[in-house]
Design a protein around this ligand. Structure first.
Ligand code: ZN
Length: 279
């Protein structure tokens, strides 16, 4: 948390309010929040925000100055958030970076990260390409059905772990993996190699539908996710299984949602998601 839909919401808000804005200054409260490229920090003031892209659960801000392009990549996984100045933060001491914009709709974009699991990286284009190649597999929203089916057919292992493996499929975490598998009627521990093409195609379609619907709802605010302007995501109200152990199955099959502790808490209905249903 945040996962792909939340990162997409973050990127969308920053794009709509800050694209084209000139960066005045960058304040870094603690150097160890920058994973890579700290020595290039002085390049950024005076550059303009040219692009805002999401990769997996990260957001890359592209800046341009004198025809040179450099990036600030913010990892949002676990506890990192990008917030506008007007959004109150619970623990302001955890604002580790402030980007100050001039003549922009938002004067300031902050990187807030209380547990410091995520980092920022300051990269040139080649550095960004290396960063992406190392970390991120297929993007669920950019991949075609055929790409997705072929990728899964080439892999072995348990389905839920594979969906959450960022170097295979980038952006899906525990919440959306559970929600997608329930809707697809697939057991979290199903062996990928045993799934029919028909099942994989259905999985792809449901994955895309869930992610698009979640983005439209502003993501899921579980624990501490807020969009940059402070709004909470509403997709949590549409969760069917995540966090619902012990409740009756929403398919009215008569089963109970179970929680399986291994593999980052799988939530599923054994009747609707039988291990034998792979054809
Ligand atoms: Zn059920």
């Amino acid at each position: 948390m945040p996962e792909l839909p939340e990162a997409e919401v973050v990127a969308g808000q920053i794009r709509s309010r800050l694209l084209g804005a000139p960066l005045g200054d960058v304040w870094v409260g603690r150097a160890d929040i920058v994973r890579e490229g700290f020595s290039t920090l002085s390049w950024y003031p005076g550059a303009s925000l040219q692009s805002v892209e999401r990769f997996g659960k990260s957001v890359a801000l592209g800046f341009v100055k004198d025809k040179v392009c450099r990036y600030v990549v913010a990892e949002l996984g676990m506890t990192g958030l990008l917030l506008f100045q007007s959004t109150p933060t619970k623990h302001p001491q955890h604002v580790h970076v402030k980007m100050l914009f001039e003549d922009a709709r938002e004067p300031e974009l902050r990187y807030w990260n209380p547990r410091r699991f995520g980092r920022l990286s300051l990269l040139d284009r080649a550095g960004l390409d290396r960063y992406l190649a190392r970390r991120f597999g297929l993007d669920p929203l950019a991949a075609s059905q055929q790409d997705f089916v072929e990728l899964l057919q080439s892999r072995r292992g348990r389905l839920k772990s594979l969906l959450m493996h960022q170097q295979v499929i980038a952006g899906i975490g525990n919440i959306y993996a559970n929600e997608i598998l329930f809707r697809a009627g697939l057991h979290p521990q199903a062996q990928v190699s045993r799934l029919s093409v028909g099942k994989l195609e259905k999985l792809y379609q449901i994955m895309c539908a869930v992610l698009h619907e979640a983005i439209a709802c502003g993501g899921s605010s579980v624990r501490d996710f807020f969009a940059p302007d402070g709004t909470e995501g509403q997709y949590k109200q549409r969760h069917l299984v995540y966090g619902k152990a012990g409740q009756p199955c929403p398919n009215h099959c008569g089963g109970i949602i179970r929680r399986f502790q291994r593999e980052r808490s799988a939530y599923f209905c054994l009747r609707c998601q039988s291990l034998r249903s792979t054809k």
